[in-house]
Design a protein around this ligand. Structure first.
Ligand SMILES: [Zn+2]
Ligand SMILES: [Zn+2]
Length: 333
């Protein structure tokens, strides 16, 4: 089958002789229709995030149509259109049992611990595919996973209608947090140095926070993971407020405990989403028309042009996605 492979750091190659995935018990084979690219993929592309071997298939944001179901799978069928939840909990540790698969120590990430989505067909545990309406466009399949991250960050923060929230950084997750905040009836304010990203955030309902020196916010979402920006984010939280950390850095940062204690600030790390609750919660919001997955999309590349997609992705202010429609119906599909 065809696949988009990472041959070595910074080298992508589209091949047509990648082995077909095997459909194990409890798994389904998904014919991919759309895959989004994000900073995590770029970290692997750049060689900054290790992959198990070369050549390797990365990609973790996407969906398609089920073309085969494995033994023991009774609640998914050939022809179902699905989005893929690409972080697979072990299913039996304390964290997984408590519905906190994001804390599972042996959680497998698609594209890192297991082969990724940038291929014609992929094998995925059936429970980690979520059936969507048959009419769901490919672009929405490609953009659904980061929407779950953003929606879940906003839900967990407990934002209410009328609340002001500062969003630090307007990469695709920052933009989708703006979208989720606006749809929750809150007012997102955004700081972002890149003019194109800022513009896109404004179209999603955010207002520019740059000129509001000294204004404090009950909710601050830090999505940049950049050290000096992190420190500004902390000092922008109002008394009794929440700093939700979505972006991350390994660099140590300055924090004055007295300020945090006196102002009774909550600092909360937010990583991805939990199985099985969070994907269905976002699916429900999309079905109701409250959230739109493809809000931040700005660039589309055909799967055969994946080399160009990776070359250009950093320059695109919004989301880049890979369209697999040229690959439908090839042998084995
Ligand atoms: Zn991602
Ligand atoms: Zn687990």
């Amino acid at each position: 089958m065809k696949a988009i492979t990472l041959v070595s750091p910074r080298e992508i190659s589209v091949v047509d002789d990648w082995p077909e995935p095997e459909c194990g018990p409890g798994e389904v084979i998904v014919q991919m229709r759309g895959v989004g690219l994000c900073g995590t993929d770029l970290a692997a592309f750049d060689g900054k995030a290790a992959v198990p071997a070369f050549p390797w298939i990365i990609g973790h944001e996407g969906g398609g149509d089920i073309v085969r179901v494995g033994a023991d799978v009774s609640d998914r069928a050939v022809g179902d259109r699905v989005v893929i939840e690409p972080n697979i909990g072990c299913g039996h540790c304390a964290a997984c049992a408590a519905g906190r698969s994001s804390l599972c120590e042996t959680r497998l990430s698609v594209g890192f611990g297991m082969s990724g989505l940038l291929a014609e067909r992929v094998a995925i545990p059936a429970d980690y595919t979520w059936v969507v309406d048959r009419s769901t466009p490919d672009v929405a399949l490609a953009c659904f996973e980061p929407l779950v991250v953003a929606h879940n960050a906003v839900r967990r923060a407990g934002v209410r209608p009328g609340d002001d929230a500062l969003v630090v950084g307007a990469g695709s997750v920052g933009q989708l947090i703006c979208h989720a905040l606006a749809q929750a009836g809150a007012q997102p304010w955004v700081t972002e140095p890149h003019p194109g990203r800022m513009q896109l955030a404004l179209t999603l309902g955010a207002k520019a926070a740059q000129d509001r020196d000294g204004v404090l916010y009950p909710f601050v979402f830090e999505t940049s993971g950049v050290k000096p920006v992190w420190e500004n984010a902390l000092t922008s939280v109002a008394k009794g407020g929440l700093l939700s950390l979505v972006g991350f850095t390994r660099e140590p940062v300055e924090l004055v405990p007295m300020d945090v204690v006196r102002n009774q600030i909550t600092i909360r790390g937010h990583l991805i989403y939990d199985h099985p609750a969070d994907f269905p919660a976002t699916l429900e919001a999309v079905r109701a028309g409250t959230l739109v997955a493809e809000q931040a999309v700005q660039a589309r590349y055909s799967a055969d042009d994946a080399v160009a997609a990776f070359a250009a992705v950093r320059e695109v202010p919004g989301k880049t996605w890979i369209d697999f429609s040229d690959w439908y119906g090839t042998p084995g599909g």
